[in-house]
Unconditional design. Structure first.
Length: 150
């Protein structure tokens, strides 16, 4: 027979009080936790949509017009963003979602997506665009490469 001291065993009242404080703490910190969406796979409809858009963008890349190539880069970037959202990666911006996906994407592919996105940002934010057509094709290709590997 062992001797237990009453100090080691919490009373029912102590257990209830600790539980109440834990519940209050949980409720107070809940708004600051941020809700993480569960990553999910892509359904047939999403895959078909992505494939169709990818093929449209690949047709745009056959052009020699810089405006159409810029449009292809922007569309490829939007399509990657749509895919990241659909797969459930958290974040308010493309960059946030891509960071959330970092551990689930091959590092080389991840860096390629970033490079493509940087070119898209140049297109969207710079007044004088000094990007060669082959660089635009390369940027769009880097973004589309992620979509081919789904």
């Amino acid at each position: 027979m062992t001797n237990r001291s009453p100090k080691n065993n919490p009373t029912i009242l102590e257990t209830i009080i600790v539980g109440i404080f834990k519940a209050i703490w949980f409720l107070l910190t809940l708004p600051f936790r941020g809700f993480k969406r569960v990553k999910k796979g892509l359904g047939v409809e999403e895959r078909n949509y992505i494939t169709g858009k990818r093929l449209e963008i690949e047709k745009m890349l056959n052009s020699d017009k810089q405006a159409e190539l810029c449009h292809a880069v922007i569309e490829a970037d939007k399509l990657v963003d749509y895919t990241l959202k659909t797969k459930g990666y958290a974040g308010e911006t493309f960059a946030d979602r891509l960071c959330s996906a970092q551990n689930f994407i091959n590092p080389t592919l991840y860096n390629s997506i970033w490079q493509g996105h940087k070119v898209r940002n140049q297109i969207a934010h710079e007044q004088e665009l000094r990007i060669m057509n082959n660089e635009l094709r390369d940027a769009a290709g880097k973004l589309l490469n992620y979509l081919k590997n789904l």
